[in-house]
Design a protein around this ligand. Structure first.
Ligand SMILES: Cc1cc2nc3c(=O)[nH]c(=O)nc-3n(C[C@H](O)[C@H](O)[C@H](O)COP(=O)(O)OP(=O)(O)OC[C@H]3O[C@@H](n4cnc5c(N)ncnc54)[C@H](O)[C@@H]3O)c2cc1C
Length: 322
């Protein structure tokens, strides 16, 4: 257990900041896998100032930390997080803006993508409807460059406000989207050390994202959103806890990773309570009390068997925190 002890220094932080820190918090309920141990320190800022204070705190005290959005692409270890978790869930405002005759929707990082698409539908705005039903937050979707129905978040993104922090302090920088910075499930906010959840180094924290939208046909927008959600439901996305597709697709394989797993006969393969979904080769589901260890062992077993049968190396899409 990471002991705050002297480091807590409650009195040296603004009262509101003390209110947003909790100790020894169970993390499994914040993840779509419903897996993971406790965080020694759990911080849930409700404003940008509080987020900055939290980042400065963990930086100054050299507390190892991870950043948590909707937890829909994360595997948190059974032993939990020795250090801090900063959870963006309370930074969730969504605004409509107009500038030089163009419409934009600005969403804070912790806003659910589901609420963003609903906001657009209510205002008859087109551009984001393909993302209806995508679990997680705006910050997570931008960080991962989430992709749904042949559309990537970068296709609709206009700009991002992100905090960069260092010994000298936190600076808010505005990033204007340039297509060449983005790739399949790749964003310019991912650290080169590939420790995607970790807040070490000069890794930016997305505060808000602005999307370019247009006035559209409200009924058509609703119909597309409903068809996306129906399609996901019919493919069993929400049947059991999971983190969505476990492995990235790769053009070099000539077919989706899920198909390689199916053809290797691995649907239904089980370790403990973790199982390759019998209805979707690229999903691993928690059938009850799966541990992170079960999931990791199952991922390794699938990688090994697909490699033996096809020669291809499956690359995990889900992020291992801690
Ligand atoms: C049923 C199901 C279906 C899914 N379908 C799809 C799909 O169709 N397409 C797809 O692309 N994904 C899919 N996913 C995966 C997941 O929903 C996306 O990757 C999602 O965008 C992750 O967002 P999150 O907020 O949950 O991120 P988290 O899981 O909380 O975090 C993911 C990463 O983003 C980082 N992060 C989160 N917030 C911020 C921030 N504010 N600033 C910087 N970094 C941040 C975290 O540190 C972590 O490294 C699916 C998942 C599930 C469970």
């Amino acid at each position: 257990m990471f002991n705050l002890g002297e480091k807590e220094k409650k009195n040296s932080f603004p009262v509101k900041f003390c209110d947003i820190i909790q100790k020894n918090v169970k993390l499994s309920s914040f993840t779509s896998f419903k897996i993971g141990g406790n965080a020694d320190i759990y911080i849930r800022p409700s404003s940008q100032d509080e987020l900055v204070a939290a980042l400065m705190f963990i930086h100054a005290e050299r507390i190892p930390a991870i950043l948590l959005g909707g937890g829909s692409n994360l595997l948190i270890p059974d032993e939990g997080i020795r250090g801090a978790v900063i959870h963006t869930c309370r930074l969730n405002k969504i605004l409509l803006e107009e500038s030089a005759g163009h419409l934009f929707v600005q969403a804070e990082a912790g806003a659910l993508v589901q609420d963003l698409t609903e906001f657009c539908a209510e205002h008859g705005l087109t551009g984001l409807e393909d993302f209806a039903g995508l679990p997680g937050t705006v910050g997570g979707a931008v960080f991962m460059n989430a992709r749904c129905y042949e559309k990537s978040i970068s296709d609709v993104l206009f700009s991002v406000s992100a905090l960069y922090f260092s010994e000298k302090g936190c600076t808010l920088q505005e990033y204007n989207c340039r297509k060449e910075d983005w790739g399949y499930k790749q964003s310019p906010f991912q650290p080169s050390n590939k420790r995607y959840a970790s807040l070490d180094g000069n890794r930016p924290v997305i505060v808000s994202a602005t999307f370019g939208v247009e006035q559209g046909d409200a009924i058509l927008i609703r119909n597309i959103m409903e068809s996306r959600i129906t399609d996901r439901t019919s493919k069993g996305h929400f049947k059991l806890p999971s983190a969505g597709s476990v492995f990235k697709n790769n053009h070099a394989f000539g077919k989706p990773s899920g198909q390689l797993i199916d053809e290797a006969g691995l649907r239904g393969l089980r370790i403990g309570d973790a199982q390759v979904a019998p209805w979707h080769g690229n999903f691993i589901v928690n059938t009850g009390s799966a541990t992170a260890r079960d999931v990791v062992e199952l991922i390794e077993a699938v990688q090994r068997q697909v490699k033996d049968k096809t020669g291809f190396e499956l690359e995990p899409e889900i992020i291992f925190a801690g």
